[in-house]
Design a protein around this ligand. Structure first.
Ligand code: AMP
Length: 184
């Protein structure tokens, strides 16, 4: 199959996996948003960055697409942690990852938040996941239980970081990040 034919024109410039371009096409995106234009090339190149964007600007795709592009699917170990201030955002971001990854086999994404059944989360973590999207409290629970390890993270995203600070999550986020490799 010629994957080029289904690349939305505005996304041609990014060196994204054809499977991701197909998913973008399925979603009906025709051109990248401003934040996607600015952020995707930098993240693909492995840069760290602090992005500021309002909701509805396409920020989820801006970080999720390059992260998925660089994921090592063969090794089923946790590589990506996205922290969100609310469970609603955790669910929404996890669903976005699943949608973008729909043409890539074997990508495991787990939303992790308080109130959700712990046994299912433990089982999923035990089988192995690539990406966890969670609220700080529940992520801390898993780190204390050692059901989640952050030693092999390649990407950490603080989604709506300003909101997390306002909600008083700063110390929790710092504690969580102490479990990640120092250079992340
Ligand atoms: P977000 O700002 O990440 O919450 O995204 C807001 C909405 O915009 C979501 O429904 C996305 O699916 C959609 N979206 C993201 N990027 C694009 C794009 N390049 N073209 C059209 N819609 C998009």
């Amino acid at each position: 199959m010629n994957n080029d034919s289904i690349t939305p024109p505005g996304f041609e410039g990014f060196e994204l996996d054809p499977a991701l371009l197909r998913a973008i096409n399925d979603l009906g995106y025709e051109s990248p948003t401003s934040i996607q234009d600015q952020v995707i090339p930098l993240l693909l190149a492995g840069q760290d960055l602090l992005g500021q964007a309002h909701t509805g600007t396409g920020k989820t795709a801006a970080f999720a697409l390059p992260i998925l592009n660089n994921l090592d699917i063969e090794s089923r170990i946790l590589q990506v942690l996205v922290l969100t201030p609310t469970r609603e955002l955790a669910i929404q971001v996890a669903e976005a990852f699943v949608q973008f990854a729909k043409h890539i086999n074997g990508v495991k994404v787990l939303p992790v938040y308080g109130g959700a059944d712990m046994r299912n989360q433990l089982r999923a973590l035990d089988r192995g996941v690539h990406i966890v999207v969670g609220t700080p409290g529940r992520v801390m629970d898993h780190l204390r239980r050692k059901s989640m390890r952050l030693d092999n993270l390649t990407h950490v995203v603080l989604d709506e970081a300003d909101e997390m600070l306002q909600m008083g999550f700063q110390e929790d986020v710092e504690w969580i990040l102490e479990h990640a490799p120092e250079d992340r």
